[in-house]
Design a protein around this ligand. Structure first.
Ligand SMILES: NC(=O)CC[C@H](N)C(=O)O
Length: 309
């Protein structure tokens, strides 16, 4: 925990904040367009210590792709490793997160990994439940457990906005349905997926969830194992190899921690056996990662010696 204090964190946030000028707010999901370009907040949670925070750390944002790690943990717990990896691969990709190209060229046809949209849609399709409502209930219940907050919910405006415009995700789904990677009604799947992406929380919630993964699935606050050690390990591995999309290699070099980003500008970090990190900075680089969030993580990782490599 060396040198870590709220004052220090605040200083790092103010150094990183100006970098947000070089990025762009996501606009393909209309409801996300109005985010504040210069927002930057962070929360760090050490299970055996206090929360550290800087910036407007209680401001809520939607998880977007960060939710993919959570759904993966749930589905691995419910259905087991074999069932999941018979439909989704384990390899990183150099293509953008919403790319369709590898779906056709990979043989047998299956999404490369669960952190790209195709893979995440296939994983969401595997959540257990008699219908899409029950699947959603299971997922949000699991998120509430991880965040230790029974009031976590989703932002209806954001989920509706994505649902109405998710033509590319629809195309991915129909392609996968043709190839028997997914089953059932595509519209119901998109209903659950867009709600999952619109789950709303603040940096401290996200830091808490990151800490559960960092501590091998164990929730220190409540004294219980939420995710098995093995599943927490698999999730962290995907976060390292695919968590920052096709910038995961550079991120491993510069920061070196398991992390997952989303196009809302959120980043969840899990520093093994140390802490969980939640960041929000909505200005994105061309690969869809928070510009100022990346800068902040780079500085923190160096200062606090977080790289796992
Ligand atoms: N990279 C992301 O955060 C993408 C999530 C977004 N909801 C989508 O499916 O396009």
């Amino acid at each position: 925990m060396k040198c870590l204090s709220n004052e220090e964190l605040k200083r790092l946030v103010e150094i990183a904040r100006p970098t947000s000028k070089s990025g762009k707010i996501v606009d393909y999901i209309p409801a996300l367009k109005n985010a504040e370009q210069n927002d930057l907040s962070v929360s760090i949670y050490y299970p055996d210590g206090p929360f550290y925070f800087a910036g407007d750390y209680l401001k809520k944002f939607t998880l977007q792709s960060i939710s993919k790690v959570i759904t993966l943990a749930l589905v691995l717990s419910e259905s087991g490793v074999e069932a999941v990896f018979s439909r989704v691969g384990m390899e990183p990709t150099g293509d953008p997160f919403n790319s369709i190209v590898k779906l056709e060229s990979t043989r047998p046809s299956k999404p490369l990994n669960p952190m790209i949209n195709a893979g995440a849609l296939a994983v969401t399709n595997m959540i257990k439940g008699k219908d899409h409502k029950e699947r959603w209930d299971r997922l949000i219940h699991f998120v509430r457990e991880l965040a230790n907050d029974p009031y976590i919910s989703f932002n209806r405006e954001v989920s509706d906005s994505e649902y109405e415009t998710a033509h590319l995700n629809r195309a991915l789904c129909y392609f996968m349905k043709q190839h028997s990677i997914i089953e059932g009604d595509v519209e119901y799947l998109l209903d659950v997926y867009t709600k999952q992406c619109a789950i709303e929380m603040n940096c401290s919630h996200l830091a808490r969830i990151g800490a559960v993964f960092a501590m091998d699935g164990y929730d220190f606050t409540m004294g219980r194992q939420i995710v098995s050690k093995d599943i927490a390990r698999m999730c962290k591995t995907f976060m390292v190899t695919c968590g920052m999309y096709n910038a995961s290699g550079e991120f491993a070099m510069k920061v070196g921690i398991p992390a997952k980003s989303g196009v809302s500008g959120g980043i969840m970090g899990a520093v093994p056996q140390k802490c969980g990190i939640g960041i929000y900075g909505p200005s994105l680089d061309e690969k869809g990662n928070s510009v100022s969030g990346l800068k902040l993580l780079e500085m923190m990782s160096e200062k606090y010696d977080w790289s796992i490599f």
